[in-house]
Design a protein around this ligand. Structure first.
Ligand SMILES: *Cc1c(COP(=O)(O)O)cnc(C)c1O
Length: 478
């Protein structure tokens, strides 16, 4: 495809939007400019390809398609069927899964689909069986009461939030924390690593219906073979949420014991993080759960987004190409170069390094909270996010960590030398920032002091670092 075509496509699209609401067109153009200028180290973000982005702006958005391929509640879904089937086929081939459900609108939605499927499959409830057999009219008031009681309060064992787990794995701010009786496993305080023996003990004591693995802020591989053995030893369904590292699985960086797909009963993911697709989610599973997973819409999901499924098909086709495996390997190489650069300059890293796409800096080593560090870095043109570290003394709001990741910068083409330079910039900002005080003179967890000249100089160097690696080089909005 010619680069000219990409430029023309985006330019023309903006021109049409500008004719109706120019402020929206301006905001879209400004977003591209901002993304081009920022050193994006947010571990969960990426840059989707022009083909993926363009596949979303079209008539599929106008179509209702509840149900699944070939079994719709609406007429005229043949073209939606085409893209949904394509996306699912690419997903199955890419991950070696027997079933793929590509409708979830996000990672959280994918997890809800999985939770429902597991509950429906596992909970022993005669009333639920009747409902599943679509004998809804035969259910008495007492049946419905029993069904609600039996579905509720099931047990889930997942990774604790401060060790890097996700809200949707049974924590209070998410509905999963209200649905499930949850217990969590943490990491070894000495090494920062998952202690599988302790997970096994927790599983034996708690006897969860669901054992969840997967994380948003754990910088290491997880051995899914061992986790599956633990799940099997207590009769739990083993679910892996690979939202963050799906790209590393797709790119065959995580194989064998570290590839969740052959080991888990069910795998959920986002499509927009390291996988580099459109904003969305997906569920992979074996034949046992496929039927329940396919009930996702309307069971827990709103109507499918066919335009996003079209973009998922495009992005998954891209991920099946050999150059995606190269991309995935470079993500990890870059994360390791970044970690090494930080360690050499004296930073403290959770687990002492990384073997995936992310690095977690314990900024208490610089005398800062995560919030102070995040803002000081942002002032200096470096976009990261604060994150708890294990046993964080500053809680989930202020935190003591900064999470950084390499999927986005790797897409731009930055390599090991630029990662070392990035480590230097981060270290400069963090070592030059000092905690501020509140109005009463007491130490503040939010206020900080950073010489604006340092912020400006680092910002300039960050921008220079990006100059040789233009984002969407073919797209010129004029
Ligand atoms: C990002 C993430 C999610 C949520 O994804 P959304 O698309 O934001 O809903 C779920 N689980 C994990 C582990 C994640 O990292």
């Amino acid at each position: 495809m010619s680069r000219n075509a990409e430029s023309t496509a985006f330019r023309s699209a903006l021109e049409v939007v500008r004719g109706v609401e120019p402020r929206v067109a301006d905001a879209i153009a400004a977003e591209l400019a901002d993304q081009r200028e920022s050193l994006k180290l947010i571990a969960s973000e990426n840059y989707a390809s022009p083909a993926t982005l363009l596949a979303m702006g079209n008539w599929f958005s106008d179509k209702y398609a509840e149900g699944t391929v070939g079994r719709r509640f609406y007429a005229g879904c043949q073209n939606v069927d085409t893209v949904e089937a394509l996306a699912a086929e690419h997903a199955r081939e890419l991950f070696g899964a027997s079933h793929a459900y590509v409708q979830p609108h996000s990672g959280i939605d994918a997890n809800l689909v999985a939770f429902w499927a597991i509950l429906a499959d596992r909970v022993e409830s005669p009333a639920l069986r009747k409902a599943q057999a679509r004998q809804v009219n035969d259910l008495t008031e007492a049946d419905w009461f029993a069904l609600r009681r039996e579905l509720g309060n099931q047990r889930m064992l997942g990774m604790s939030l401060d060790a890097g787990g996700h809200l949707t794995h049974g924590f209070r701010p998410n509905i999963s924390g209200k649905m499930f009786d949850q217990r969590s496993y943490g990491t070894d305080p000495a090494t920062g690593l998952i202690d599988y023996d302790r997970v096994a003990v927790a599983a034996r004591e708690f006897k969860p219906l669901i054992l969840v693995a997967g994380y948003s802020a754990y910088p290491r591989k997880v051995n899914f073979r061992i986790m599956r053995e633990i799940a099997d030893s207590v009769g739990a369904t083993f679910m892996v949420d690979m939202a963050h590292f799906a790209g590393l699985v797709a790119g065959k960086v995580f194989t064998g014991d570290f590839d969740p797909v052959p080991h888990a009963h069910i795998v959920t993911t986002t499509t927009h993080k390291s996988l580099r697709g459109p904003r969305g989610g997906m569920v992979l599973c074996g034949p046992e759960l496929a039927d329940q997973v396919d009930r996702g819409c309307p069971m827990v999901l709103g109507g499918p987004l066919p335009h996003v499924m079209a973009a998922k098909a495009v992005a998954l086709a891209e991920a099946r190409r050999p150059d995606f495996a190269d991309y995935a390997q470079r993500i990890v190489d870059n994360a390791q170069a970044l970690a090494d650069g930080l360690l050499r300059r004296g930073a403290t890293l959770v687990t002492g390094g990384t073997d995936n796409h992310l690095v977690l800096i314990d900024v208490s080593g610089y005398g800062l909270t995560g919030r102070q560090a995040e803002q000081a870095l942002l002032d200096s043109g470096i976009v990261t996010n604060r994150n708890s570290v294990p046993q964080d003394p500053n809680g989930a709001w202020y935190t003591s960590g900064i999470r950084i990741g390499t999927p986005a910068l790797t897409t731009r083409g930055l390599g090991a030398a630029e990662m070392d330079a990035t480590a230097e910039l981060i270290h400069t900002v963090l070592s030059q920032t000092t905690p501020g005080t509140g109005p009463d003179g007491a130490p503040s967890k939010a206020k900080y002091v950073l010489d604006p000249a340092v912020a400006e100089s680092v910002g300039k160097q960050a921008a220079d670092l990006l100059t040789p690696f233009p984002l969407y080089p073919a797209v010129d909005l004029g």
